[in-house]
Design a protein around this ligand. Structure first.
Ligand code: GLU
Length: 449
């Protein structure tokens, strides 16, 4: 980047940091975007004159609320609830709810900001939002989760609607939580509408939605490999996480002939050099989704190694798929991955690589598919769930999967269109500019709002 652009980026960031002190993840997400966008808007002054970027870093609305609930002992607990309504230029606010003790305003603003670009890339009409709470679901009973989610929805319901804001799942929010949230909304409003996605199949959910984020991230890896006339077949894959995204990434990668050798949770990772096949994956799904146990049990059951307190980036692999959480790959780990022969990164999580790790990938010119492109399959099928709810009709598994595959191809093409630089495809630049243009043009058309 030239010195002039670098100065502009620094000036812009200084303003963002001064206005949003201590929101470090938000600063990180904005910085990654403005590094791509500032040179672009210098050449496209209509966006600069209308201060589109200044407007995009300011949420349209932030809702913050008290969530009191009773635990199983009858004691009062108090959590903080949030919904960030970031941008509605191209559709209703759309994005998940995260329940995790690390949730705070800065984390949700980073996620909502990323969601705006991601949703734009899907080609579907969805704005960007994100929400959640610092509630920790770990170790809580079903009844405690129900009482918390009912209390959470008792405030959130007045802010959302099928044409206003449509939340979904994220870390700590799966089928069980979406069920409780939907039930409470319906009771308060006396209305059965598509106000959440990720619903159960019997009550308005879409086929392939549970699989979509993980499948999509593998489809995206496959698209990247295609550009080098290569494929997933025979590749060794390291995956982090063991929740919804990691599980279905494992399933699809294995179906494509790759061997997935790691999974992890907050206590450590398992390394299974023989590969996590369909039977072993069924065990993981029961362990994590039903019994809600720890991944170490996999090592005990299958007699493989468990590495306590470590992340899986030290193993030999061709492809790494971070599917756990933000900043889970640092500079050292990125260097180790590359030294071990890894040449494809497809991110199932949001912002899992630190800025320094991204620099390592970019300098080495490996295939780096950042989260807002590679993990957009989840929200894309959420968009398809909204369409099906509006039509009061359901597509088949094959129909939804075909649409998902097409969307991932389209996202890849958009990244190539805006990020191609000679032989190299800069997916960061491609996704940021590609996501930006549609939202920015809509904002220009709609005047100063
Ligand atoms: N939480 C997911 C994401 O990060 C999905 C959001 C949705 O389906 O609305 O994109």
């Amino acid at each position: 980047m030239s010195n002039v652009y670098e100065q502009r980026v620094n000036d812009f960031m200084a303003k963002v940091i001064a206005k949003n002190p201590s929101e470090v993840e938000f600063h990180q997400a904005v910085h990654e975007v403005v590094e791509s966008i500032i040179p672009f808007i210098e050449e496209n002054p209509q966006y600069k004159d209308a201060k589109i970027l200044d407007r995009m870093v300011e949420p349209e609305r932030v809702i913050m609320f008290r969530v009191p609930w009773l635990d199983d002992k009858g004691d009062v607990q108090v959590n903080r609830g949030f919904r960030i309504e970031m941008n509605s230029a191209i559709g209703p606010y759309k994005g998940g709810l995260r329940l995790h003790p690390t949730v705070n305003l800065g984390v949700l603003k980073f996620l909502a900001f990323e969601q705006v670009f991601k949703n734009s890339l899907t080609t579907l009409p969805m704005g960007g939002g994100k929400g959640g709470s610092d509630f920790d679901p770990k170790g809580k009973s079903d009844n405690e989760v129900m009482r918390f989610t009912q209390s959470f929805m008792s405030e959130l319901f007045r802010h959302i609607g099928p044409n206003t804001d449509v939340p979904a799942g994220d870390i700590g929010v799966g089928g069980r939580e979406i069920g409780f949230l939907f039930g409470q909304y319906k009771r308060l409003r006396n209305e059965f509408t598509g106000i959440l996605t990720g619903k159960g199949m019997e009550w308005g959910g879409s086929l392939i939605r549970p699989e979509a984020t993980g499948y999509g991230a593998v489809y995206f890896a496959q698209e990247m490999l295609n550009t080098r006339n290569d494929s997933m077949n025979g590749k060794i894959v390291a995956i982090s996480g063991s929740g919804n995204v990691a599980q279905y990434a494992t399933e699809k990668a294995t179906e494509f002939g790759a061997k997935v050798v790691t999974l992890s949770d907050s206590s450590g990772y398992i390394y299974d050099p023989a590969g996590i096949d369909a039977d072993k994956l069924a065990f993981v799904m029961e362990l994590k989704n039903v019994r809600r146990g720890r991944i170490k049990e996999y090592a005990d059951k299958y007699g493989v190694e468990f590495f306590a307190g470590q992340r899986p980036w030290g193993v030999k692999c061709d492809i790494a798929m971070p599917c756990a959480t933000q900043n889970e790959v640092n500079e050292e780990e990125a260097k180790t991955l590359l030294a071990n022969g890894c040449f494809v990164i497809s991110e199932g999580a949001n912002m899992p690589s630190s800025p320094e790790a991204i620099e390592v990938y970019q300098n080495a010119k490996i295939l780096y598919g950042l989260g807002k492109a590679a993990n957009a399959g989840g929200v894309a099928v959420s968009g398809l769930e909204m369409s099906q709810n509006s039509m009061r009709f359901n597509w088949t598994r094959e129909e939804v999967d075909a649409k998902l595959q097409q969307i991932m191809k389209d996202i890849h093409s958009t990244c190539v269109k805006w990020g191609k630089d000679g032989d190299y495809i800069d997916y960061v630049k491609g996704a940021n500019i590609g996501g930006f243009v549609k939202v920015a043009d809509a904002m220009l058309a709609q005047g100063l709002v």
